[in-house]
Design a protein around this ligand. Structure first.
Ligand code: LLP
Length: 442
């Protein structure tokens, strides 16, 4: 259960008391209406502090391409753009690219990654001036084809990098580890070193490298090892390109992946340490004359700034276990329900007025969702204070990869999403209407 030790700002989590204060203000201000059976909150001040801290750890000209998939809310993207001068985005699909443009990001601040880009999508990105990370050699071939076909070189304003799998190993969560011997992403460097090198010696416009080792569960050392593999490769390739009179590879995209803590008292690796290690071990990456550095953090930026509250509809008392029936389940917490070993949050309980409940009930709780399958339980056997109908259960640290992974199963309306800064609330996204939801199935 959440506790006061949580405060470890900016690397840590929001405390139960801070969350409780906001919950009370939201209730008193009428921001949680009768129909708002669940609400997602974002602390925009916390988010801003975190972004400023991120910026302070890296060279000034680094582009922080925040992973849209972690939090695709248009309003949040708009906010983030103004929080630090070098904010950019990493888009995992062409629609995410379009959303970034809509949110006001200049094309030079958009990084387009996706393992299945089509020819028209590539053409659009190249002509729009977006940085593309090609996933594989066939995709690179298509970009070369477009490059030849385009009327004039000035049409080709986008820059191009290629995703390389450094094959440094996996972290503790297999589903989000992508730098093992095999990965569906990128080009495995040990198996394809010669072809990769050849590509860099063939295409002068190929000026970037990209890696992403994994998301959560990957220790900092693994991330650093991955960067090291590409660093050595680029130094070798640049030497050869220089001899052939080709421009140097100058864009180095280190991806995201620094983990966060979902548990108070378990400090995550620090961003500052990570950046310092990069600067020490791979100094050219911090030399703005040699490289333009791109980062693609998602979870680290967003997760700890968000929390979700659900009203408790019913409580069941069975031998050995209580079950609190909530209004969010596997629709919002799909990975927690399907892979509870790797994904656990902290939970706290408040009464209907937002007063925190303390103590511990005789029996532990299952926090069950509203969906029609028995696996729809976001946490099992959690010791919690006594829960009653009408109470609120808060699920902490839900700002990243939570709402973005919403599932339509059972046709539940997406909740209202509120942003706040110093207790001033803003509706980031309204609760979905039944009509909008029904349109989805049409
Ligand atoms: N760059 C690339 C190419 C990525 O694939 C990802 C995450 C990131 C950056 C951001 O990584 P982060 O800093 O957020 O760890 N659905 C999963 C998350 C998968 C992560 C996907 N890629 C989940 O259940 O949380």
């Amino acid at each position: 259960m959440g506790s006061e030790i949580k405060q470890n700002f900016p690397s840590g989590n929001l405390t139960v008391s801070v969350v409780g204060e906001t919950l009370r203000s939201a209730i008193e201000g009428g921001f949680i209406r009768e129909e708002d059976t669940a609400v997602i909150f974002f602390d925009l001040g916390f988010l801003e502090t975190r972004l400023r801290y991120l910026e302070s750890c890296f060279p000034q000209c680094a582009l922080h391409g925040l992973a849209i998939k972690a939090n695709p809310l248009l309003r949040v993207m708009e906010h983030v753009k103004g929080m630090i001068p070098n904010a950019g985005v990493e888009a995992a699909s062409i629609v995410e690219v379009a959303m970034a443009i809509k949110a006001g990001y200049q094309s030079g601040r958009i990084v387009y990654d996706s393992p299945v880009k089509t020819l028209p999508e590539l053409e659009f990105a190249l002509k729009t001036g977006i940085h593309i990370n090609a996933d594989n050699l066939s995709e690179l071939g298509r970009i070369a084809q477009l490059h030849t076909a385009l009327a004039s070189p000035s049409d080709f304003t986008g820059s191009v990098g290629i995703r390389i799998n450094p094959q440094v190993g996996v972290g503790t969560i297999l589903e989000s580890s992508v730098a093992g011997e095999y990965s569906k992403f990128g080009i495995p460097i040990r198996y394809r070193y010669a072809e990769l090198e050849q590509a860099f010696l063939t295409y002068p416009w190929l000026t970037g490298v990209h890696l992403h080792v994994g998301s959560q569960g990957c220790p900092m050392e693994l991330l650093l090892d991955g960067i090291g593999v590409l660093y050595d490769f680029v130094i070798n390739v640049n030497e050869k390109r220089r001899k052939s009179g080709m421009p140097a590879v100058s864009v180095f995209d280190i991806g995201g992946g620094l983990p966060v803590s979902y548990k108070s008292g378990t400090p995550p690796p620090s961003m500052q340490d990570y950046a310092r290690h990069i600067a020490t071990q791979y100094p050219l990456l911090f030399n703005e004359k040699s490289f333009k550095l791109i980062t693609e953090f998602g979870r680290w930026v967003y997760t700890n700034s968000g929390w979700t509250v659900s009203r408790v509809e019913y409580v069941k008392h069975d031998p050995g276990i209580n079950t609190a029936m909530l209004h969010v389940g596997a629709d919002l917490f799909v990975r927690e329900c399907l892979n509870p070993r790797d994904w656990q949050h902290e939970y706290s309980v408040f009464d209907r007025y937002g007063a925190v409940k303390t103590g511990c009930d005789d029996q532990p709780y299952n926090l069950a969702g509203p969906l029609c399958f028995s696996g729809d339980i976001i946490a099992k056997n959690v010791p919690l204070p006594r829960i009653e109908e009408g109470d609120y259960v808060v699920i902490h640290d839900t700002g990243g990869y939570t709402f973005s992974m919403w599932s339509r199963y059972n046709s539940r309306q997406t909740p209202r999403i509120l942003g706040y800064k110093e207790n001033l609330f803003e509706i980031l996204k309204e609760r979905e209407t039944p009509e909008d939801l029904q349109k989805f199935w049409k």
